[in-house]
Design a protein around this ligand. Structure first.
Ligand SMILES: CC(C)(COP(=O)(O)OP(=O)(O)OC[C@H]1O[C@@H](n2cnc3c(N)ncnc32)[C@H](O)[C@@H]1OP(=O)(O)O)[C@@H](O)C(=O)NCCC(=O)NCCS
Length: 192
């Protein structure tokens, strides 16, 4: 995949990807694996959608730091496109380097462009990611979400994630103590 010479693999461009928009008013996003050439668009998207509602990290710098790094390569990213424009992404990671936690994958980032929200893009990304992680052998998917991020929490809950723990007052954001909520989803073992 690295090198950008191959076609992006389409992970979901079928009616199932449109389930987040049950009324069919918006085009279904195409969900595909990330490409090295997506770096600039993803950097800009991460910057334009950043806020302390969903991210305890400082705002990303749009041009100085590449989106892809040693933690996240293009293969770890799902990208959502509408009409050829990148409108969202989801980062998949392994939370543990050792074998004992190799059955666990983690959603380590999710962003939908502010002007493309409430059109089923986030839902399509989460569904495609869960499918992809299951195909890669995961039996459990975890994530962390800020307690006050109601939209993301509702999205994850609607996809079957449950709250598994809370770190109370874990971050101080804009002078307020904010909980960090741990959520998880158990995947059925795959039939080989
Ligand atoms: C959270 C986020 C990814 C949702 O993406 P989206 O494309 O707007 O979500 P969808 O349209 O797929 O919504 C799916 C479901 O999520 C819930 N949801 C999404 N946005 C919501 C909102 N603003 N208020 C309440 N529920 C919301 C709803 O249950 C919705 O289903 P419905 O539209 O049938 O009611 C998006 O708001 C975003 O990028 N936020 C900033 C980044 C962020 O919070 N990332 C998560 C970090 S853990």
């Amino acid at each position: 995949m690295v090198g950008g010479a191959v076609e992006p693999s389409v992970i979901a461009a079928d009616p199932a990807a449109a389930l987040g928009d049950p009324h069919g008013r918006h085009p279904a996003p195409l969900i595909r694996a990330g490409l090295p050439s997506d770096d600039r668009a993803l950097r800009q998207l991460a910057h334009s959608s950043w806020s302390h509602v969903h991210n305890p990290m400082p705002a990303p710098s749009p041009l100085s730091e590449p989106f892809f790094n040693e933690h996240h390569q293009p293969d770890d990213v799902l990208v959502a496109e509408i009409d050829g424009e990148i409108v969202g992404y989801l980062l998949i990671g392994r939370p543990y380097p050792m074998e004992t936690g190799s059955h666990v994958r983690q959603i380590q980032g999710l962003d939908v462009s502010p002007r493309a929200r409430r059109r089923g893009v986030g839902q399509a990304l989460v569904r495609a990611a869960v499918r992809e992680m299951s195909e890669r052998g995961a039996q459990r998917v975890t994530l962390r979400v800020l307690g006050h991020n109601r939209s993301a929490r509702r999205l994850y809950e609607s996809e079957g994630f449950v709250v598994e723990g809370t770190l109370p007052g874990e971050f101080v954001l804009d002078g307020e103590r904010v909980d960090d909520v741990l959520m998880g989803l158990r995947l059925p073992p795959r039939v080989q």
